[in-house]
Design a protein. Sequence first.
Length: 286
Amino acid sequence: MDTHYETAGRALAFIEANVEDQPGLDAVARAVGMSPFQCQRLFSRMVGVSPKKFLQYLTLQRAKTALEQTSVLEASYDAGLSGPGRLHDLFVTVEAATPGEFKAHGEGMTIRHGVADGPFGPTLILSSERGITGLAFVDGGDEAAALDELAASYRAARLVEDAGQAEALAARIFAPITGKTPRKHGEAGPLRLFLSGTPFQLKVWEALLRVPPGGLIGYEGIAKAIGKPGAARAVGSAVGANLISYLIPCHRVIQSSGALGGYRWGDGTKRLIIGAEGALAARAAA
């Protein structure tokens, strides 16, 4: 049986596949086996806008327009991660592992992990005293395999299951989308991310952090932003190596043609996130 995340994902896939026909609510509802009322309510709750409105966020012209705004990222990019850097309008701070820490694979660290419910499906979150080290969407997936993948860079660390910690972090991470303000003690201030990667990967991930919610960028745009205009393919590999989904927004990277492209945690999830962020940006600009 489909979860509501999968149903919304199928609705988004149907809209995207039939974008030239501009399908109405009735057609979308039939495609996912729901009544128009049920479909409208589910879609609005999951994505933040109606199916018709979301259609605007998936059009090729919008994507191409977003790609033309790459110069904004290039102008604001400050290469390097020497110490904690403020990004996302103080929403997150980042710290990179030193070369020695990178090679130590988390030795001496404790990594807490757990699965929490979120607006884009069950969310696996890994965190340490230095900050969040991993985030993956595991709706319908293998949580154990996802944990192994996210923890690979910290294979010498001690792993501790902590569902409460994951739930508290999820509430903070998705607060801009859900509109719910975390109430528990100690949940104020920016989220901390602890990044472990090669120098090139770190530059790519920092560039991703500078793409604003609702914005989209191509691999070539990121390559130019980090001063490596001919490294689009290498940028793609670094984007694919990102293990802190959503917070390091690899979902905002699309193909140069304007097509959304694939996503490590599912094409439907990518559509959901882009739609939700597009709706959020539109409301903020209104």
